[in-house]
Design a protein around this ligand. Structure first.
Ligand SMILES: NC(=O)c1ccc[n+]([C@@H]2O[C@H](COP(=O)([O-])OP(=O)(O)OC[C@H]3O[C@@H](n4cnc5c(N)ncnc54)[C@H](O)[C@@H]3O)[C@@H](O)[C@H]2O)c1
Ligand SMILES: [Zn+2]
Length: 364
């Protein structure tokens, strides 16, 4: 089993990420050791509930636990669902001496984290991510949220888990499109921060797609380490953390344009290509590097062309309205090479709308 420790900036807090196999036994002994007298609420979604029963709840012999299951999918990440979970916890007399264990993808993780952060003014949270996206990205960094009709992730908090247990066995049942969805985030960390990791992904496409355990363990560990380096410097996205947003200025607008019917990884994969084209158009990134990224996206079946029907002006308008844009001018993280940022500190910069338009046109 591998362990990675994350330190929370400006606090004594630190949490451990355990990565390996047979993790449920480790989770059970962790809970027995640290929370034996507490009540455990396992929050999951309906697709995972049977696995949750078998793999997790069954192992918690001496601990009082309940499973709260929500319908799968992004729609469940709502204020109403948060209240529904809270009402169930209140109804079952969960008090301050409770622990939340979130077993699921990013949807379950984000809403459970938000519940944990406000329930009784905050109760311990443990993540058991079950999708690749949740393993490499959403379970780490402490961002929790729900969506509203005004947009995604607009209401939430920063709330760190007490521990994260990553069990590779969960990936056995993951369909290819979910695997690729998470891979897009690993590619983002590689292309913006680590050229040797990018080489590794290029050289191991087949092994990744076949879910080779050693290859995926390395991929997950490396992605987490890269994210760790960023969030330990900049917990709340005031500076360096912006690098994690590479591909996301375009990606978020594209997701919104299609009313969140396209998967996040597919949108930010295309976003990375468009944003690397922007980096090229302003003279920062060689065209060969844009091509390398494009080739890698293609090998995983990630799209590199925009939907033909797209209204580019509307897309640019959506980018200007992004919560990270300043004074209605969209901000972009700029690359100067594979694994190399133009602004070493990770800050994003304003880009002229004409350049954005051109970069988008090139992917039509
Ligand atoms: N907090 C953060 O920092 C952060 C970062 C990135 C994304 N996110 C959020 O994550 C969410 C997306 O997460 P996601 O991609 O994991 O989606 P998801 O949680 O909706 O999971 C995708 C689907 O896979 C199913 N599933 C989960 N684990 C499975 C398994 N082991 N086997 C088979 N099926 C399984 C789920 O039931 C669901 O139907 C978005 O809401 C996004 O905003 C948050
Ligand atoms: Zn993302």
């Amino acid at each position: 089993m591998d362990k990675i420790s994350i330190s929370v900036k400006n606090s004594e807090k630190q949490y451990e990420i355990m990565i390996g196999k047979s993790i449920p036994y480790k989770l059970a002994s962790y809970l027995e050791k640290n929370h034996s007298s507490k009540k455990v609420a396992i929050i999951t979604d309906d697709n995972l509930k049977p696995i949750c029963n078998q793999k997790i709840a069954d192992k918690l012999k001496g601990i009082s636990s309940v499973i709260i299951s929500i319908p799968p999918g992004e729609k469940s990440k709502s204020r109403e669902m948060k209240a529904h979970i809270e009402d169930q916890l209140l109804g079952k007399k969960f008090g301050r001496d409770s622990v939340i264990v979130a077993v699921g993808g990013g949807v379950v993780g984000d809403i459970s984290g938000f519940v944990a952060s406000t329930y009784n003014r905050g109760i311990p949270l443990i993540h058991v991510p079950t999708t690749l996206l949740a393993m490499v990205d959403s379970s780490i960094g402490g961002k929790t949220s729900v969506n509203t009709e005004h947009g995604k992730n607009l209401i939430g908090s920063f709330y760190h888990p007490e521990a994260v247990f990553i069990d590779l066995d969960f990936l056995e049942t993951i369909p290819k499109e979910e695997l690729v969805n998470g891979l897009a985030e690993s590619i983002k960390m590689a292309v913006s921060m680590d050229s040797s990791f990018f080489n590794f992904i290029e050289n191991n496409v087949q092994k990744i797609l076949k879910k080779d355990s050693e290859t995926l363990t390395f991929l997950i560990k490396k992605s987490i380490e890269l994210k760790k380096n960023v969030i330990e410097q900049d917990e709340k996205e005031q500076g360096q953390r912006q690098v994690l947003n590479f591909g996301h200025t375009f990606g978020h607008a594209y997701e919104k344009y299609f009313q969140y019917t396209k998967k996040h990884g597919y949108c930010i994969g295309l976003g990375q290509l468009i944003e690397s084209r922007i980096s090229n158009l302003i003279g920062s990134l060689p065209i060969e590097d844009v091509q390398r990224l494009s080739n890698l996206l293609v090998t995983f079946g990630l799209p590199i062309n925009l939907d033909k029907s797209i209204d580019i002006e509307k897309l640019i308008e959506l980018m200007s309205m992004d919560k990270k844009s300043l004074g209605n001018v969209p901000q972009f993280v700029i690359l100067k090479g594979i694994g190399m940022l133009k602004n070493g500190n990770g800050f994003s910069e304003e880009i002229d709308k004409e350049i954005i338009r051109k970069a988008i046109e090139l992917s039509r």
